[in-house]
Write a protein that binds this ligand. Structure first.
Ligand code: TRP
Ligand code: SF4
Length: 330
């Protein structure tokens, strides 16, 4: 029997997923689940959501299920991928405790994501032990399943790097239990929000996976374009226009070429260009919305998918922790 390589990744349930999440992370997850050589585990990192939302936890439970519905709508297939919830597998907490004993403070303090998040989320007090230890919990998530690949965006690279160091240190101190995981990067053009900044829920500039009809049309119509193209007769610069980046993802090649040429010689107006784009997005998202309608009307099925995934994850976590306890002798 050939053993398949294990892939693992997670997301924090902080709200609805947007097209940036879909193109950046989910598309890669879906691609990987289609490869015969991988066994995929994807989980809801609800304890990680607690690191920044500890004072306002009201949304986490609902977001947990909504996120799985977004995943299923996007095309994650529970027959192929194991979908589970971090806090249902208590072994993550146990491994986190053990790893926290062997992780030097300096590794955490110099983590660039830590410094960046602290400044970015300056409205919240993130001077907590849990927030500093965020990557240790993430390391526990990853090595628990002896994952060999972790599909993430570049922003998560420092965390995967720390995971590798922590796994090496464990192997060195106790016993060679854990493979050293590799990050699997997605290389998609970055989708900006409708205001031209990074697409992010907190900026209220996102196009959500669930947006359709008039909402979708209005958001696309509101998108920033080439700021120098003030009038219809001014030629535009598609290469710096976010609408054009979207066309590159959602429109067929001939259309993309035509829009580039026409925009550059003022042969097409932005209103028209956007109208074409929102039609393309609506078309591309139509199977996603169909699946969404289905799962919204079958909450029991969603619950069963999560319970099933939890059971599968728990089996592996139990085995890993038996090895860990024996190696650490606790
Ligand atoms: N830190 C990740 C994020 O914010 C979420 C996450 C938690 C994760 N544990 C993980 C990702 C393990 C990959 C593997 O997106
Ligand atoms: Fe952007 Fe399209 Fe307007 Fe050109 S025509 S600036 S690509 S929206």
């Amino acid at each position: 029997m050939v053993t398949r390589k294990r892939i693992l990744s997670g997301m924090r349930p902080t709200g609805k997923l947007h097209l940036g999440n879909l193109q950046g992370a989910l598309k890669n997850w879906i691609y990987l689940q289609g490869q015969q050589k991988y066994e995929c585990y994807y989980f809801v990192a609800d304890w990680h959501a607690l690191t920044s939302d500890y004072s306002d936890t009201g949304d986490i439970q609902g977001n947990r299920v909504d996120m799985v519905i977004d995943w299923l709508s996007a095309g994650l297939d529970p027959e192929k991928s194991t979908l589970f919830v971090q806090s249902s597998i208590k072994e993550h907490a146990e491994l986190f405790v053990i790893l926290s004993m062997i992780t030097p403070l300096a590794w955490l303090e110099r983590n660039p994501t830590y410094k960046e998040m602290k400044t970015e989320l300056s409205g919240k007090d993130l001077s907590t032990f849990g927030f500093l230890g965020y990557p240790v919990l993430q390391a526990a998530d990853i090595i628990m399943y002896k994952a060999s690949g972790v599909p993430v965006g570049v922003d998560q690279l420092p965390h995967v790097e720390l995971t590798r160091e922590i796994a090496r240190r464990f192997n060195f101190l106790y016993r060679e239990i854990f493979p050293i995981p590799d990050p699997l990067l997605t290389d998609f053009p970055k989708l900006l929000g409708i205001d031209g900044r990074k697409m992010s829920k907190s900026y209220e500039n996102s196009i959500y996976i669930s947006d359709r009809g008039k909402i979708l049309k209005d958001k696309v119509a509101a998108m920033f374009t080439d700021p120098q193209r003030m009038r219809r007769k001014d030629p535009g610069r598609p290469e710096i226009c976010n609408v054009y980046t979207f066309h590159q993802i959602y429109s067929p090649g001939e259309d993309v070429d035509r829009i580039r040429v026409e925009c550059s010689r003022a042969g097409i107006g932005c209103t028209d260009c956007k109208r074409q784009l929102s039609a393309r997005i609506a078309e591309a998202m139509s199977p996603v919305h169909d699946r969404r309608d289905y799962y919204l009307h079958h909450p029991d099925e969603v619950r069963a998918i999560i319970e099933n995934g939890n059971a599968r994850a728990a089996r592996i976590a139990r085995l890993t922790m038996e090895e860990v306890r024996e190696a650490v002798r606790v």
